[in-house]
Design a protein around this ligand. Structure first.
Ligand code: GTP
Ligand code: SPV
Ligand code: MN
Length: 582
């Protein structure tokens, strides 16, 4: 098979030449194709079949132990001018990057099949969607892309119609951490990845295309590509408001997107609808509101910590047609990870007999891949071509201290400052130290495809005549007490905070004004059925003026890192708050 699009055929041909692939397989996305790939992976050990009674069509993949997370230090944005990539990215000159990658790709697919994956990010008939083609030598990547994107014949037809697509080239190479690069060429709408088979390094539609390349395009075209979940909250009157929330990797997006409200809320008729759990593309509609689509079609979620107690919706979608990566297994071959309330592990994620003293059963960044349609809180609004209107934008991170449970920004400019100055403790989603607080603007530190100074200016530019922008909030589910215990119960109980936010949106809830934003009083948060002592809630909603003064100094230094690309409106907003705190 070839395509009707000459430019696509030529590119596929040139890659086949360079890599010396044995065969070229154009993916149509059919069930038969998937069955064939699964058979192939079962026979070569790429996949292991899980318990067919409890988990039909579920498979385990054990990745190379040195290839278990994104590699931010090996991820580059290659623009002509280094200033366009900005201090927030690693940069390499495009010519130099191409030379290095061509040398790696040369002959790298000898003895392997090269898969050509046409995919569409977003509903296939949405004007907000964008297409790409990923070439890969990993059948595991094909199987994951099939769950994570609209992949195959329909996407190819759209690509042929539009004549344009993002070019992604991926090879697992030797899986050698010393021969591994994730390169982005936003000016060429191209991605080149070598040496990793894992998640965001290898499923190029996800972070590489839908965030790094898309954020660059979004700036040129007047929209936003964000690291955000999209969730619909339906109140007892039957009105649904959609919230988009940016939390850094492994900081709670999947969990908030699939939240099950506390019992009292469910009794009163509150419902939660999941549109997306990781990426959100937003654009102003005719009425001035922001409309959002989830460009993905599936979930690549963190397994550890997922349980009947924390995320029953996720557990319910994981008992069929799912791929598990780097989890442990029970004696009867069911997937198992830390936090699970039933079963016990027999083997760890590397296939060794489980020994708590040696390793956790699941790698801390173990993941599941599953179609979004299997989630009990799935809504067909996830297929709406025009997207869903966003009522509130939420920024949040892991902050053991200082940042209160919730605060509301006074206006858009203040909200952009709140997002830009966000910080969070690093997690196992990327290689490197875990638990180190770093600035992670809009949860996009590893994902913005251009200079953060320009990105902040782009965010500010949405505040214009006729715009009906969402309110912006900041949350922190991760405050710890002196003993190191989380102070807020989190998970389903986060509904209590969402309710306050939505009542602020509709003008039904009270707030007090402080220099850092508008906060609820403890009495404004519904605590019915919650065991939380009054003093804890008070501490969660307190504003530590001395702490915030120091934070504002640190934010000033951070904004200065982007030099004259940092919008002066953002610096002025910060200075105003600092003055009020003084
Ligand atoms: P990525 O897929 O890496 O982008 O992560 P994510 O932002 O979707 O994070 P996810 O929802 O998968 O949560 C990551 C970890 O944080 C899991 O172990 C969760 O159990 C835990 N977590 C999520 N929400 C909460 C919460 O409200 N409170 C606490 N204490 N932990 C939470
Ligand atoms: C993240 O790290 O934010 C993820 C997982 O969502 S990955 O696909 O590896 O980027
Ligand atoms: Mn993510």
């Amino acid at each position: 098979m070839t395509s009707k699009l000459a430019s696509l055929n030529q590119w596929v041909e040139s890659v086949a030449q360079l890599t010396q692939a044995d065969a070229v397989h154009w993916c149509d996305g059919s069930d038969a194709e998937n069955t064939g790939l699964v058979e192939r992976m079962l026979s070569n050990g790429d996949l292991l079949r899980l318990n067919e009674q409890t988990h039909p069509n579920c498979y385990l993949h054990r990745s190379s132990p040195s290839d278990v997370a994104r590699v931010e230090h090996l991820t580059f944005v290659c623009t002509q001018d280094p200033a366009d990539a900005g201090p927030n990215n690693n940069w390499m000159a495009p010519d130099e990057a191409h030379a290095a990658m061509d040398a790696l790709y040369k002959g790298c697919m000898r003895g392997r099949t090269m898969y050509v994956i046409p995919y569409c990010m977003g509903p296939i008939d949405s004007p907000l969607s964008r297409c790409g083609v990923e070439i890969t030598d990993s059948p595991y990547v094909v199987a994951n892309m099939r769950l994570m994107t609209r992949m195959g014949a329909d996407a190819l037809a759209r690509i042929e119609r539009e004549g344009a697509f993002v070019k992604g080239l991926h090879s697992i190479g030797e899986l050698d951490p010393n021969r591994r690069f994730i390169m982005h060429f936003p000016e060429e709408l191209a991605i080149q990845s070598y040496g990793s088979g894992y998640g965001g390094n290898a499923l190029l539609g996800k972070k590489c295309h839908a965030l790094r390349i898309a954020s660059y395009q979004a700036r040129q075209e007047g929209w936003l590509a964000e690291h955000m979940l999209i969730v619909g909250i339906e109140n007892p009157q039957g009105e649904t408001h959609y919230i988009a929330a940016a939390f850094p990797s492994a900081c709670g997006k999947t969990n908030l997107a699939m939240l099950i409200p506390p019992e009292g809320y469910r009794r009163d008729g509150w419902k939660v609808w999941t549109v997306g759990d990781d990426i959100c593309w937003m654009r102003p509609g005719q009425d001035g509101r922001l409309y959002a689509i989830n460009p993905e079609a599936g979930y690549f979620g963190v397994a550890p910590g997922t349980s009947e107690k924390t995320n029953a919706n996720a557990m319910a979608m994981l008992n069929r047609d799912a791929i598990f990566t780097n989890v442990g297994v029970t004696a009867d071959n069911q997937p198992w990870w830390e936090g699970m309330t039933t079963g016990e592990p027999a083997k760890d994620w590397q296939g060794r007999p489980y020994d708590k003293a040696v390793s956790p059963a699941a790698h801390p960044n173990a993941r599941f891949t599953v179609s979004a349609k299997q989630c009990p809180s799935y809504t067909d609004q996830a297929e709406a071509p025009q997207g869903v209107p966003i009522s509130a934008i939420v920024f949040g991170g892991r902050r053991a201290s200082l940042v209160p449970l919730v605060l509301e920004a006074r206006d858009w400019t203040h909200g952009v400052l709140v997002g830009a100055s966000m910080a969070s403790e690093t997690t196992a989603a990327a290689t490197g130290a875990v638990g180190v607080v770093r600035r992670d603007s809009m949860a996009m530190k590893p994902f913005a495809g251009y200079n953060f100074g320009d990105y902040f200016a782009h965010w500010l530019s949405f505040d214009k005549e006729g715009a009906k922008l969402p309110k912006i909030f900041q949350v922190n589910w991760f405050r710890k007490d002196a003993a190191g215990k989380f102070m807020w119960p989190g998970f389903g109980d986060n509904m209590r905070v969402l309710e306050w936010m939505l009542k602020r949106v509709t003008g039904q809830a009270h707030a007090i004004e402080t220099p850092v934003g508008n906060l609820p009083l403890p009495a404004d948060i519904n605590t019915d059925g919650l065991e939380l002592d009054a003093s804890t809630l008070e501490q969660l909603l307190a504003v530590d003026r001395a702490g915030w003064k120091a934070e504002m100094e640190s934010i000033a230094e951070y904004l200065d890192e982007y030099g004259d690309r940092t919008p002066s409106a953002l610096k002025a907003e910060r200075a105003k708050i600092a003055a009020q705190l003084a």
